[in-house]
Design a protein around this ligand. Structure first.
Ligand code: NAP
Length: 205
């Protein structure tokens, strides 16, 4: 099967994440998309605001009605930073029959050189870079050729949805509604979480 992998801090998951997965699934004729919340995101200076179990639970709620979407807990079960290369190795070992496509946003792709063992990543899964906002396609393609001259990286333009987890946390902190920014079951669940979102660092995720 052709499997899309969407890794993320998902702090919390929102509709733009789901829309990326749906558009890439259709465009690349993927059988399934697996969502992989990071246990300990290697690139964040501070810990995520929501603990892993809550981020995972919200991802499970977000994907439960889509027959081709699944939530994986493997990064939460591994100690230490959740390096993508380790996740891909584990998945390749467990499912040698599948072809994997690792989906990531443009911002993440432009920083991939800082990732642990980054040259190994496109050997383990096909990289699919999706647009975010204005898409400097040429710039990204040039970067891809410099970094991975032997590999074919896919670039897909997806519907622009300016939703971010940072903005959602800001709204929650201010007691504002996040309805229609997140799937309905996530909205309902967030009401019951003791979400302590203080000292939020600036930045967009
Ligand atoms: P995130 O903020 O939860 O977002 C998940 C993905 O959705 C990102 O690729 C992000 O792209 C994209 N996205 C979010 N909102 C979007 C919007 N409104 N429109 C379009 N795209 C949107 O996840 P993250 O913290 O960036 O992490 C992404 C993955 O990279 C995770 O699996 C993480 O573990 C991995 N990573 C690994 C390493 C390592 O192995 N050393 C280092 C860094 C990251 P943008 O990038 O454009 O925001």
């Amino acid at each position: 099967m052709r499997i899309g992998l969407l890794g993320g801090t998902f702090d919390p998951i929102h509709l733009a994440h789901l829309r990326i997965a749906e558009e890439v699934r259709e465009e690349l004729a993927l059988s399934e998309v697996w969502f992989i919340p990071a246990g300990v995101p290697p690139h964040k200076r501070a810990e995520p605001h929501l603990p892993f179990e809550e981020r995972l639970r919200l991802v499970e709620l977000a994907v439960k009605d889509h027959p081709a979407f699944r939530a994986l807990d493997l990064e939460g079960r591994r100690p230490g930073p959740s390096y993508t290369v380790d996740t891909l190795k584990e998945l390749r070992q467990r499912h040698p029959q599948h072809e994997f496509f690792f989906i990531l946003g443009l911002d993440a792709f432009l920083e991939i050189e800082t990732w642990y063992q980054y040259p190994r990543i496109p050997e383990l899964a096909r990289l699919v870079v999706v647009s975010r906002g204005e898409f400097p396609l040429e710039k990204a393609r040039i970067r891809a050729r410099e970094l991975f001259p032997e590999k074919e990286i896919l670039f897909l333009s997806v519907t622009r949805l300016d939703i971010s987890s940072t903005d959602i946390r800001r709204r929650l902190k201010a007691g504002l509604s996040v309805r229609y920014l997140v799937p309905e079951p996530v909205f309902e669940a967030l009401k019951n979480f003791r979400v302590i979102i203080e000292n939020d660092a600036p930045g967009r995720d």
